[in-house]
Design a protein around this ligand. Sequence first.
Ligand code: CA
Length: 227
Amino acid sequence: MRILVIEDEAKVARALEQGLEGEGYAVALAHTGEEGFFRTSAEHFDLVLLDVMLPGRDGFEVLAALRQRGVRTPVLVLTARDAVADRVRGLDAGADDYLVKPFAFAELLARIRALLRRGRAEPALELALGDLELDIATHRVTRAGARIELTAREFELLEALLRHAGQVVSRETLAREVWQEERRSEQLDNVIDVYVARLRKRIDGEGRPRLIHTVRGVGFALRLEES
Ligand code: CA
């Protein structure tokens, strides 16, 4: 289980890192909101611990930007004040839970376990990003309500991209999750590119706002453009 801690105070960040690693979690640290936003968009984390008080972009802004992109990683907000306004702002911005500083470490661990359990519950049967909707059970895909016909493989590819919505998905990940290939090859890379191009035509064609983006040298991302 990978946890990203976004906290600018080095001492607090280190204490969290050590404590969580002691519990067997893999921990990454980000010291600014920008760095936290960037890493959450680019890598997979099972949970994000987000401090509200950050220099520059504060925790609420970072969270709102992530949710706007479609990133669904569970976020536990750490706030310094137990003000109702702060709590409401956090939940409005898309927080899954919040904890008021100072807190007991045992309390933090309990909240983390609860969020991770929730995240592991039944995988969602309906996925959506903006006006794009995908229904696993009926294999139905629509954009702005209009039906889009996909082949089985295109559907699986779109499902994989939607499960990582807002994040960059590498060709390795697509090879593993869609083609069940552990190893990447040039041949498979070409196949993936062909499928992404086809999917793009069907999903983003006809002048619709673009959802499938190519991230040069890394892979692809299904995300909403920041407005
Ligand atoms: Ca802070």
